[in-house]
Design a binder for this molecule. Structure first.
Ligand SMILES: O=C(O)[C@H]1NCC[C@@H]1O
Length: 349
């Protein structure tokens, strides 16, 4: 029998099985769990996130870590939402835990939700998919024509500049001035030039080390707060930029290092949201001025624009629209044989 005739079946085995659909958005992976997870308890998406962290974290490691995943793997688990407007709720997972927002995942999940019929009637030219993320309700609009899904844009939760020109002491670099902004998750922003680096040219490892040092410094020296929930009040990562924040039709590049020194391959949807909010706060862009954001890691692009002023507690905020494209890369059925001594997963740093 030739390999082309073999059936895709596993031999008899014991242990947990998890089925996933794999996608990528601008190079950033998204592993969407479609079967095998136990019930995620909790009366809200935020409390389900807490439940997953406390009771189901072994499954995150099975799916994200080697040998099934890798250091920079990213995942999504679809859950019920307590919000009637939502078509689906979602928890995001990565190498360290569970994030509160993920734009690249929303872009992929928008397509996935239409293709896998998680929304009732798809409409042309766009189908709306309301995705309840831990940070709140995110509205995705999926191009749909002749039965096929395409590009996705989404309107995120209110985004705001939390603090600008904050000086922190960064190990190995001394005093560094950062801006902190929220786009469903908090990020510190610094021009890579401060470290003598270039987000498109420098070695990824060197960029990761600088960004990680900034994240550590901000986490230990700046207290964050969010008007909606304390669960949202933590620094998710640091985004190094090319410093081109003044509006221009030319793309501006950045690289996002989040969770445990994990590198986003995409321009980072929540990061673009936070960066647009910061640019708007500084008067560097106007409402509805579209900017192109490029990943320093892969060159992939998203667009972003502030579309409306709003508030988030005492913060002057904006609604930001981000757009990009996601693609399917495969489907997998993973097993966890109990005899496998590496069954729980491992990471190489
Ligand atoms: O696009 C985003 O927002 C995400 N990508 C990985 C890190 C962020 O959660």
């Amino acid at each position: 029998m030739s390999s082309s005739e073999m059936e895709l079946q596993l031999p008899p085995h014991e242990g947990v099985e998890l089925s996933v659909v794999d996608m990528h958005t601008g190079g950033e992976p998204l592993r969407i769990v479609v079967a095998g997870y136990p019930e995620v308890r909790g009366d809200s998406v935020l409390s389900k996130r807490r439940y997953a962290r406390e009771h189901l974290d072994h499954l995150r490691k099975v799916l994200m870590f080697e040998p099934r995943g890798h250091y920079d793997m990213y995942g999504a688990l679809i859950v019920d939402s307590e919000t009637p407007e939502a078509d689906l709720g979602v928890l995001f997972m990565h190498n360290e835990g569970y994030s509160t927002m993920c734009g690249h995942a929303v872009i992929a999940l928008g397509r996935f939700a239409v293709d896998y019929k998680l929304v009732k009637e798809p409409r042309s030219p766009e189908t709306q998919v309301n995705i309840h993320c831990p940070c709140g309700l995110v509205k995705a609009f999926v191009e749909y024509s002749a039965g096929k899904t395409g590009a996705v844009r989404f309107l995120s939760v209110p985004a705001f500049a939390f603090a600008t020109d904050v000086t922190v002491t960064v190990e190995g670099f001394g005093e560094v001035t950062v801006d902190i902004s929220y786009g469903g998750a908090f990020y510190a922003f610094v021009d890579a030039e401060r470290f003598g680096l270039d987000v498109k040219q420098s070695r990824t490892r060197v960029l990761v080390d600088a960004a990680t040092a900034v994240t550590r410094a901000v986490k230990s020296q700046v207290k964050l707060h969010h008007p909606v929930s304390d669960d949202l009040a933590f620094l998710y990562g640091t985004i190094l930029t090319d410093g081109r924040d003044q509006f221009s039709p030319e793309p501006t590049a950045n690289i996002c290092v989040f969770a445990e020194a994990q590198v986003d391959r995409s321009p980072t949807g929540s990061g673009v949201t936070a960066r647009v909010a910061l640019q708007y706060h500084k008067g560097l862009i106007q409402l509805n001025q579209t900017r192109t954001f490029q990943s320093g890691a892969t060159g992939s692009q998203f667009t972003g624009k502030a579309v409306e002023e709003t508030r988030c507690g005492d913060f002057r905020a904006v609604v930001v629209e981000v757009a990009g494209r996601a693609f399917y890369t495969g489907v997998s059925r993973f097993v966890q044989e109990p005899q496998d001594e590496l069954t729980h997963g491992f990471l190489l740093k």
